[in-house]
Design a protein around this ligand. Structure first.
Ligand SMILES: Nc1ncnc2c1ncn2[C@@H]1O[C@H](COP(=O)(O)OP(=O)(O)O)[C@@H](O)[C@H]1O
Ligand SMILES: [Mg+2]
Length: 270
């Protein structure tokens, strides 16, 4: 099983769009995928069409210890499951603040649920902060994907993210690797997008080979700005259901292909 945390402390960079369409795209390729929504705003849950009214059980119950993961996950499509979120999750930051082992609650819950036998992939949609929810994703994950919108300040934020990941790697989860940067909301043909992408590649090439992000690369599949991607959430559909012929569907198909190329044959669940 591969566990991917889609993370960036900035909002509006494409985390949720990438989490949902990556999860949906991998599921269409026959992988068993669980998308876990860790953002109290619940955009990923809404994006896959889950109705959050009427007391849906969510990841909040899992993190507060009142339900098991298997009790709250729901099937939302062929090969696709969701660990939903809702606004209750906002309380988790406070509730876990003094709890012993607070960084490992999610990881333990997934282990107890034998998630690695149920799924080929888990994808965590992280909130736009570096608080306890994101840390829980990072201790449960083996890979970090960073969606990045190529603009002038993007690289500044990136070093902060790399530092956080490095800290988590050292202290909490030796298996964690930043595996890729996904360029989102990409404006094809603009000077700025090309320049930032070049800077990013140079930065990664010049990095210390011992750095936890040393193996990171920029995915070749850039996600272009495409209105269909922005429309799909309000229909509760992935881009593949909402607009299968769109540039957005094409770009996320490319990303899924790249991700699957890194599969180790043994890593698939039976
Ligand atoms: N490639 C894209 N083209 C057009 N709109 C996009 C694209 N990626 C994301 N969006 C839109 O931009 C907004 C922010 O994206 P989102 O994935 O929710 O970011 P985050 O989860 O990082 O806050 C959303 O309204 C989303 O629909
Ligand atoms: Mg989001």
């Amino acid at each position: 099983m591969r566990t991917i945390a889609v993370m960036n402390q900035k909002g509006g960079v494409g985390k949720t769009t990438t989490s949902v369409n990556l999860a949906a795209g991998l599921a269409r390729q026959g992988r068993r995928v669980c998308l876990i929504d860790l953002d109290p705003q619940a955009h990923a849950s809404i994006h896959v069409g889950v109705d959050l009214h009427g007391g849906t059980d969510t990841i909040y119950q899992v993190l507060s210890g009142s339900k098991t993961f298997n009790e709250i996950r729901q099937m939302v499509g062929n090969n696709l499951w969701l660990g939903p979120a809702n606004l209750d999750l906002a309380a988790t930051e406070l509730e876990l603040v003094d709890a012993p082992g607070r960084e490992f609650v999610l990881r333990k819950a997934l282990e107890a649920a034998q998630a690695s036998e149920q799924f080929d992939y888990i994808v965590f949609d992280c909130p736009p902060s570096l608080g306890v929810l994101t840390i829980n994703a990072l201790t449960a994950a083996t890979e970090v994907f960073i969606p990045l919108q190529p603009h002038f300040f993007a690289l500044q934020g990136l070093s902060k993210l790399f530092e956080t990941t490095a800290l988590v790697t050292r202290r909490l989860n030796r298996q964690l690797k930043v595996s890729g940067i996904v360029l989102c909301l990409y404006e094809t043909g603009t000077r700025l997008a090309t320049d930032v992408t070049d800077d990013l590649m140079r930065f990664l090439e010049a990095s210390d080979p011992q750095a936890p992000w040393a193996g990171a690369r920029v995915f070749g599949s850039k996600i272009r700005r495409n209105i269909k991607l922005a429309e799909a959430p309000s229909f509760g559909q992935s881009i593949f259901d909402y607009a299968p012929g769109s540039a957005g569907a094409l770009d996320y198909t490319g990303l899924c292909q790249e991700v699957m190329q890194a599969e180790v044959p043994m890593a698939r669940a039976a």
